[in-house]
Design a protein around this ligand. Structure first.
Ligand SMILES: Nc1ncnc2c1ncn2[C@@H]1O[C@H](COP(=O)(O)OP(=O)(O)OP(=O)(O)O)[C@@H](O)[C@H]1O
Length: 399
């Protein structure tokens, strides 16, 4: 589908194979900067695969060296459940300036950690008092976020790279408590000329991560401006373990200050998080089983629909009201058109589901099918009906 871009925003119709651009954030009013640059995030559709992607555009950026894109190639090779995948990057004049665009996977309904937890909410009454503060994040949730982000950082550090930007507006919450680091690769391109040592950048990652933990624990992006108060605040509301991890992350850079060290410090929490992950998989699996069941039944119902009362075969003896198809038709009546003693329709979904499940399983159980004029009756097994349906359907498919 090709729809025109949002009206009145002066967005390009087409941009290097992407169309239907739609901003994911307000483009008017007060704007925050991404480092020294203004940036805007759009959702767009790729013309080749038809999927939605996110384009982060950095305005007024002039690429000096093409080699700046080598970091994007490295990022594109990183595939991690807690990192939003980077697809490609290009420069463009389609926005009537020199823009850099980095393309990411799109995650519907994603919110930044800031939007989800820190942004001041409209005042609400709680226990009879007007409260403006966001509720404090439960310790378990913070641990889950910490471990997920730490795993992402480890994957990046293990690849000999640095994340470069870890803050509450650049970590997204998708689905239930799943967090993913967004915007990877942009800083690498923007600061390509500087090329600082990667070990220094990795230490900066840990520091940014620590500031994020403080921000989450205190509901305040600027918590670190008053360090003593922030530490006291974290100590008052959270465990000593969490406080120790936060303090470790913001401690002075040192050779033994690594992301692995954080895993050593939070071993027990890691195990709890793994248990939670297994539980989440179990929950999804059981939901999926229900859906699989539904899909099986829908397929059966479709077959019924294809076979019963096909007008084009009405005059053909093999497709007339005799033989196998007649039995299928009587079975359909047995499943859906039963009546009670007074002749009222029986609308009993569990009867339908039981019959369809027995049919799908090819049960040996026998049932009595009665013609509509009640002049004849046949005793057949579900297994037989199943084979009649299968052969009628495959004959139809051959046509
Ligand atoms: N990959 C993505 N998939 C889905 N939504 C995304 C993705 N990346 C960003 N978004 C959404 O786009 C919006 C803008 O993202 P952005 O990173 O600009 O956040 P921001 O809070 O506006 O930060 P900034 O101050 O840098 O503009 C956010 O609501 C975010 O949820």
């Amino acid at each position: 589908m090709y729809s025109s871009p949002a009206h009145g925003l002066n967005l390009p119709e087409e941009l290097q194979g992407y169309h239907s651009l739609l901003p994911l954030e307000a483009t008017a009013g007060e704007r925050r900067k991404f480092g020294n640059w203004y940036s805007t995030v759009y959702r767009a559709t790729n013309s080749t695969d038809g999927l939605a992607y996110v384009l982060r555009r950095v305005e007024n950026f002039r690429l000096v060296q093409q080699t700046a894109f080598t970091s994007i190639e490295a990022w594109a090779r990183i595939n991690h459940p807690n990192i939003i995948s980077v697809r490609e990057a290009f420069t463009t004049r389609a926005f009537v300036d020199n823009s850099l665009v980095v393309v990411y996977d799109y995650h519907p309904n994603a919110r930044t950690l800031y939007e989800a937890h820190i942004k001041p909410k409209a005042p609400q009454y709680q226990n009879g008092r007007l409260m403006t503060q966001s509720p404090r994040l439960p310790e378990n949730t913070i641990w889950s976020y910490v471990i997920q982000i730490a795993r992402a950082i480890k994957a990046v550090h293990d690849a000999g790279m640095a994340v470069r930007i870890i803050d509450a507006t650049k970590v997204l919450v998708t689905g239930q408590n799943r967090v993913r680091i967004s915007s990877c690769g942009v800083v690498d391109v923007l600061t390509h000329d500087a090329c600082p040592e990667v070990a220094i950048l990795q230490q900066e990652d840990l520091m940014m991560f620590g500031k994020l933990v403080f921000a989450l624990c205190t509901n305040n992006l600027a918590a670190m401006n008053n360090f003593t108060k922030a530490v006291e605040n974290v100590g008052r509301h959270y465990s000593a373990e969490l406080k120790a991890v936060a303090l470790f992350l913001v401690s002075k850079p040192a050779p033994n200050k690594t992301i692995e060290r954080l895993f050593e410090m939070s071993g027990g929490r890691m195990l709890a998080e793994m248990d939670e992950m297994q539980n989440a998989v179990d929950r999804l699996e059981s939901e999926l089983m229900g859906e699989l069941e539904n899909a099986r039944l829908v397929r059966l119902l479709c077959k019924f629909g294809f076979i019963n009362e096909r007008p084009e075969f009405a005059r053909e003896p093999r497709w007339s009201e005799t033989g196998d198809r007649y039995i299928i038709k009587l079975f359909r009546d047995y499943v859906f058109h039963q009546v009670d003693e007074q002749g009222n329709p029986v609308v009993n979904l569990s009867h339908v589901l039981t019959c369809l499940n027995k049919l799908d399983a090819g049960s040996e159980e026998r049932i009595m099918l009665v013609s509509r004029d009640e002049q004849s009756c046949l005793v057949v097994s579900y297994k037989e009906v199943k084979s009649y349906i299968d052969s009628a359907f495959s004959e139809l498919s051959r046509h």
